[in-house]
Design a protein around this ligand. Structure first.
Ligand SMILES: Nc1ncnc2c1ncn2[C@@H]1O[C@H](COP(=O)(O)OP(=O)(O)OP(=O)(O)O)[C@@H](O)[C@H]1O
Length: 385
């Protein structure tokens, strides 16, 4: 598919945000009426509710969130070509040397951007979901070497395009820069407009449309994919669909990347709104099921390892406490254990040795000094998409 090469075509598309408002829908688009999505929407909502329920079964959701948020950060960055792995991210957090520093920085920047949005939305005095908040998140996302020169935190002031080397041979040419602020303001109104007429759109369908329109506007010079997907996570929480960010939808989008992009394009080229919404709802249901399965698998691993630890004659309070920290510290050094447990070096060493002898953690360096450890089975489970 080629664009017409003119900005006019994309400008018209940008204005199609109006068509998101149900009462303004042209009659030729009856499929966007809520009843056409009832089944898929119900399945996706149910999958999200189940996911929240499963999370409620574990003693602390902190370790679930710790891993889920990092998975999403990694996968959304991988869609855009980042080569970092989850192990790289854990290494970086443990202070270990990592080779691909720039890639890891992109992922940690996403984490910072996500935390900012989440904390603002949770703070009664914080910013609402708004262009300003997205710009603030964008500033954090593009902080550092790679983002320099890409106008972090600012709406673009020049024309961009998707695919190709210039607007004339691009797959898609988003609206010209002077239209961007008004189109985003329109999108902001759409998000906060609760008066959707007699047939309100289900929030998940609205989320699908918001993402589509955000990507259509492509308001930044870089980082549009990641901020657009961050917006999805924010909306799921904002609309009470998933109170905690336990899902990593980017895993589904990455696995179906070609279809993801094609569905976005098809709205523009074929008017296939239904296809995009159906794809999105299927993605949410699948990603929620995957996250649920992953939680069960991790909880099982932890329960099995905990049982073998409790049965070990040499285990004691320090090794028990260390074990409970592992899900949020899967790579570590003895000195970090010493600090976390607020104990002596010999006690920390002994605690680690108990876990090592049981095969729960493994040493990575093969050195006698400055040894590093990994809860490898846990990282492997998390890394399976
Ligand atoms: N045909 C399309 N129409 C609209 N949006 C699209 C299309 N194809 C891809 N996208 C969206 O654009 C994103 C990529 O945009 P782009 O290549 O411009 O990257 P970017 O602006 O550098 O952002 P990031 O680096 O986070 O992706 C994709 O992840 C997807 O969300």
């Amino acid at each position: 598919m080629r664009s017409t090469g003119t900005y006019a075509a994309s400008t018209t598309l940008g204005e199609s945000v109006q068509a998101f408002v149900p009462h303004a829908l042209p009659p030729a688009k009856p499929a966007l009426a809520p009843e056409s999505f009832v089944e898929a929407n119900r399945a996706a909502e149910l999958a999200l509710a189940r996911l929240s329920g499963v999370a409620g079964l574990v003693p602390s959701v902190d370790w679930l969130l710790y891993s889920a948020i990092r998975k999403e950060a990694l996968l959304t960055s991988q869609i855009e070509g980042t080569q970092a792995t989850l192990a790289d991210l854990f290494d970086e957090e443990a202070g270990f040397a990592v080779n691909n520093t720039d890639d890891v920085e992109e992922v940690t920047n996403y984490l910072r951007a996500f935390r900012l949005v989440q904390s603002q939305l949770r703070d009664p005095a914080g910013l609402p979901l708004s262009v300003r908040l997205l710009c603030d998140a964008h500033r954090l996302l593009l902080d550092g070497a790679r983002g320099n020169g890409k106008q972090p935190g600012e709406l673009r002031r020049s024309q961009n395009w998707i695919g190709g080397t210039r607007p004339g041979n691009a797959v898609f040419v988003p609206p010209p820069p002077e239209r961007v602020p008004a189109l985003l303001a329109d999108l902001e109104r759409f998000i906060h407009n609760t008066d959707n007429g007699s047939q309100p759109l289900p929030p998940l369908v609205k989320t699908a449309l918001v993402h589509l329109q955000f990507e259509t506007i492509h308001p930044f010079l870089d980082g549009n994919g990641r901020i657009g997907r961050l917006l999805i996570a924010a909306l799921l929480e904002h609309w009470g669909l998933l109170p905690e960010p336990l899902m990593y939808l980017s895993g589904y989008l990455k696995q179906h990347q070609f279809e993801y992009y094609r569905r976005l394009s098809n709205v523009r080229t074929e008017g296939d709104w239904e296809g995009w919404v159906a794809f999105f709802l299927e993605g949410v249901a699948t990603a929620a099921h995957d996250a649920e399965r992953n939680i069960v698998a991790i909880a099982t691993l932890l329960a099995t390892d905990r049982r073998s630890l409790l049965a070990a004659p040499k285990a004691g309070p320090s090794s028990y406490r260390l074990f409970e920290m592992l899900p949020m510290m899967p790579r570590f050094t003895i000195d970090q254990v010493r600090q976390k447990l607020a104990t002596s070096f010999p006690t920390a060493t002994a605690a680690v040795k108990v876990l090592e002898d049981l095969g729960i953690v493994t040493e990575l360096t093969g050195q006698k000094k400055n040894r590093s450890y990994s809860y490898a089975a846990y990282i492997a489970l998390l890394s399976a998409v």
